[in-house]
Design a protein around this ligand. Sequence first.
Ligand code: SLL
Length: 172
Amino acid sequence: RVRVRGVTIHRPIIYGNTAWVLTPNEREALPSPDHTHRWTVAVRSAASAPDSNEVGGADDLSYFIKRVTFKLHDTYPNPTRNVDKPPFEVSETGWGEFDITIRITFVQESGEKAITFYHHLKLHPWTAPGSGEPEIPTLENALKAGPVHSWQYDEIVFNDPFQSFLNILTAH
Ligand code: SLL
């Protein structure tokens, strides 16, 4: 296998979360009524919108990503969630914000090491009413304000890729 020296190729991604406040009715229907929010954490192609749930097409990263592992807070059952096909996302309910460890494993043919990074799950739309200090709004006001979005753009960079992997990347 041959590395192509001096070549750098990158793939743009978006990662992060969207969170929704649960209505009182939705909360009553849950096994844990202390949960206040529903949220989705995801890794997506930067070529499509963060909220797209499209499988295949522009948002299909599976030609170079084999698995995305989302490590949730230990308060969750089975906190290590492996996602082996798109959409690369996890949806849950909960009451608190925490750091999610995101690990991307690349397809076998790539010969690339997995990469790991973090996303701080954001649930609350902090507001500074009037000239006051920023504060977490009441659930009622947060519900009116609509979903909270917290997304980051980034680029996965491959240096000196194997020729076969470079072919896979450029074919898409
Ligand atoms: C905090 N350090 O205290 C954070 C921890 C934990 C979030 C947040 C519920 C999990 C479950 C949940 O939202 N955990 O009940 O399955 O704010």
